[in-house]
Design a protein around this ligand. Structure first.
Ligand SMILES: [Zn+2]
Length: 444
């Protein structure tokens, strides 16, 4: 056996279904069409589920195994065949045995890793380690194996993304160069572009992911989040609903249900939003964002006491500075509503301390200082708010309005009128903005 030379072993590989000799790195058998190098477990399962050739080969390989249980080719063939039949658990056992019986064959390790990986949704830490070890092993046995190389890039990107979406995107761009037809790569590429707020690049990447692998939930969520971000609430809700139907595990389902809830919240259907958030928190009790939104919904429906409880829970569970800031900001709104202005100020200040880019929290401070007639501070925070708030437009309009009111309070009538005009121009349907603008123009 050519233990030291992976290339030779790949060249000697036979199709598990028809037994034909296959070319190195061939994705599928040119005689019977069986997928040889798995690029998506879902695609493998839809490809040859009911083929008679598959049934024949299963019987043949079972016979081989009856005499020689450690026969690597037979174990591999049965593993691939079961994968095509949608019997993933059975496939995993055979593929693993193949890697143990012939540890020098790169494609055995690779296919075992891919079957285990599935689309990543069900993976715990142990499985994740096995998958990346097996992929590493495959690419060390055969450094030219394109899919193994690309998947190494993919795993590097997964580790990079939270802190460095740009670096992760670069790794994924390299992966799709090597393998342009693996859906999960585009799904993550889209998510990284979305993290970078490059929606023009993110949308086609997500759509490509869905086209290549329609059962991926992740790109649907990314499309949903981008639609909300750009004010297309109905579209965002459609993507979220599709994701709910696709995800299989409670944590991912909770994430999709929460996303749909955000759509209802945007539409001011707070009761339905709240139902979705409760359902999501039942499925995934450690999901901090859900509590933050429950806090907000309680505030919108004038139940600040309840909102404060959720806000504190959100703070406990927040892992990123953005999440901590958002939780503090929502908590501040509840305290404000309760009339506890000191606690509100503390929460808003905490929010801008951990995330100095959270424009909405500056606006909330501005509005608080206006109420306290501390116009200098109000103007300072209001200016920060209008500088930082990019979306939604209603929030920006509100920030201009609040800044305008502080300027007016301070006696800077001309500048105040300009700010109030901006608020009314951005959101002409808000009666409060119109009233303020008319008032300042009449008193001029
Ligand atoms: Zn074949």
């Amino acid at each position: 056996m050519a233990a030291a030379n992976g290339n030779m072993v790949v060249q000697a590989l036979k199709c598990p279904v028809c037994g034909a000799q296959v070319k190195p790195y061939a994705r599928e058998c040119e005689y019977c069409g069986t997928a040889l190098v798995i690029v998506s477990v879902g695609a493998a399962q839809s490809q040859t589920a009911d083929s008679p050739a598959l049934t024949d080969s299963l019987a043949k390989w079972r016979e081989v195994l009856a005499h020689d249980p450690n026969n690597a080719a037979a174990n591999y063939a049965l593993g691939v065949a079961f994968l095509h039949q949608g019997l993933r658990d059975a496939a995993l056992a055979y593929l693993q045995r193949a890697t143990q019986a012939a540890p020098e064959v790169a494609v055995y390790h690779y296919n075992y890793a891919l079957a285990l990986f599935n689309d990543g949704e069900e993976m715990g830490l142990d499985q994740m380690n096995t998958v990346s070890t097996e992929i590493d092993y495959a690419s060390r046995l055969d450094p030219n194996f394109p899919e193994a190389r690309a998947f190494r890039q993919f795993f590097a990107a997964c580790a990079l993304r939270p802190a460095n979406p740009k670096g992760a995107a670069a790794a994924l761009e390299a992966a799709v160069q090597v393998c342009p037809d693996i859906g999960i790569f585009y799904a993550w590429l889209g998510a990284c572009y979305a993290d970078m707020e490059n929606y023009t690049a993110a949308r086609p990447a997500c759509r490509k992911a869905i086209e290549l692998d329609p059962r991926l939930g992740e790109p649907h969520i990314t499309l949903s989040a981008m639609a909300y971000e750009t004010g297309n609430v109905d579209e965002g809700m459609q993507w979220a609903s599709k994701a709910i139907a696709l995800f299989r595990t409670p944590i991912y389902q909770a994430f999709a249900i929460y996303h749909l809830g955000v759509g209802y919240e945007e539409k001011k259907d707070y009761a339905t939003a709240e139902q979705h958030y409760h359902r999501a928190s039942e499925l995934s009790p450690q999901f901090g964002s859900v509590y933050r939104h429950l806090c907000l919904v309680c505030c919108m429906t004038r139940r600040p006491d309840e909102g404060i409880k959720y806000g504190h829970r959100a703070l406990e569970l927040a892992t990123s500075s953005q999440a901590k800031a958002a939780a503090n900001d929502s908590l501040g709104l509840c305290y404000h509503q309760l009339g506890n202005h000191a606690a509100a100020e503390k929460s808003f200040r905490e929010a801008v301390a951990v995330n100095p880019k959270l424009g909405q929290a500056y606006d909330h401070l501005c509005s608080l200082y206006y109420a306290w007639k501390k116009y200098d501070k109000g103007i300072e925070y209001g200016q920060k708010a209008v500088e930082l708030i990019k979306s939604p437009p209603e929030d920006l309009a509100l920030a201009y309005n609040n800044l305008g009111m502080c300027l007016w309070g301070k006696g800077q009538r001309e500048q105040a009128a300009q700010m109030l005009q901006k608020a009314a121009a951005i959101n002409p349907h808000n009666p409060g903005f119109q009233a303020n603008l008319q008032a300042i123009q009449q008193k001029r």
